[in-house]
Design a protein around this ligand. Structure first.
Ligand code: ARG
Length: 280
């Protein structure tokens, strides 16, 4: 899961980091250049669950994001093997703590990107999948859609964005109970720099492809269990999902940012399957 956790989100909705609290002499009557603060920060975040017959439980496996009342965007490598039965998968929406209450929405159809290559896994690229839910979920303060970018959107290097999930808090440390959703702010890392770094992984150099996006810095990253979850950045006070958690070399290492599927590369594929509402 995420690094540099905001371990306890005081009063949840009030933990919005964008606007500094009022300092001395400043009054709480308005903000110059600020953004509207929503009560729940990540209402599009979903937990992707698979039934584990040994544990007799639907276990969290990956993250995902709600892009339409009936569609979830996630990573293709979360939906393995290729011929898996959709009925083995469910999503939990509108929940901050995993397993708090259980209201799964079942998955009816899994569409993995046709260029995703199982034998190469996430590192091969096209690590993106769409899940059609059995029925549309009801939108509310806790459950809402994330906006997707226009295909032409450029995500500038060093822009600060946010990634969320219930994955490990360290390379080998799972998120402890009560499994509260974590967020961390990560800088976008340029493709060349990221590619250079990943050429240096001994035994296993991996090129960063056009359809990948790097983000993260030392101690700030996504990790195992966050896969499929959203990387969002704010443009004009609106959160836009630019990445899907995909892979990395361990987690939070200084020289190895997290690697994300670049959402802009897949906008036309997504809109072939999902009728996105205007504005998305
Ligand atoms: N592949 C991992 C998963 O399935 C995500 C790894 C992300 N790693 C990183 N260092 N950002 O959950």
């Amino acid at each position: 899961m995420l690094w540099l956790l905001f371990l306890t989100l005081p009063g949840l909705g009030s933990s919005v980091p964008v606007t500094p609290g009022p300092g001395p002499g400043r009054e709480l009557v308005g903000i110059v250049g600020g953004c509207d603060v929503s009560a729940r920060r990540y209402p599009w975040q979903v937990s992707l669950r698979f039934y584990n017959s040994k544990r007799r439980q639907w276990v969290h496996q990956c993250g995902g994001s709600l892009i339409h009342p009936q569609w979830v965007l996630t990573a293709a490598h979360c939906m393995e093997p290729e011929n898996m039965t959709p009925s083995k998968a469910g999503v939990q929406v509108g929940q901050l703590r995993l397993y708090d209450h259980r209201k799964l929405t079942m998955v009816k159809q899994v569409i993995r990107h046709p260029k995703f290559n199982s034998s190469q896994g996430a590192k091969g690229g096209a690590d993106i999948a769409l899940l059609r839910l059995e029925a549309p979920v009801t939108l509310s303060a806790d459950v809402n859609l994330v906006l997707l970018p226009p295909a032409s959107l450029r995500v500038p290097e060093r822009k600060m964005c946010w990634v969320t999930g219930w994955g490990n808090i360290n390379y080998k440390s799972p998120l402890p109970p009560p499994y509260h959703l974590q967020e961390v702010e990560v800088p976008i890392v340029g493709k060349e720099v990221c590619n250079q770094r990943y050429q240096k992984v001994e035994k296993n150099p991996r090129p960063i492809k056009e359809d990948m996006l790097c983000a993260g810095s030392e101690g700030r990253d996504s990790c195992q269990g966050d896969s499929g979850g959203p990387l969002v950045c704010s443009w004009n006070c609106t959160w836009v999902q630019v990445g899907v958690v995909s892979w990395g070399h361990q987690c939070g290492l200084r020289d190895f940012p997290g690697v994300y599927a670049r959402v802009t590369s897949y906008m036309s594929w997504i809109s072939q399957h999902v009728r996105l509402s205007p504005g998305s």
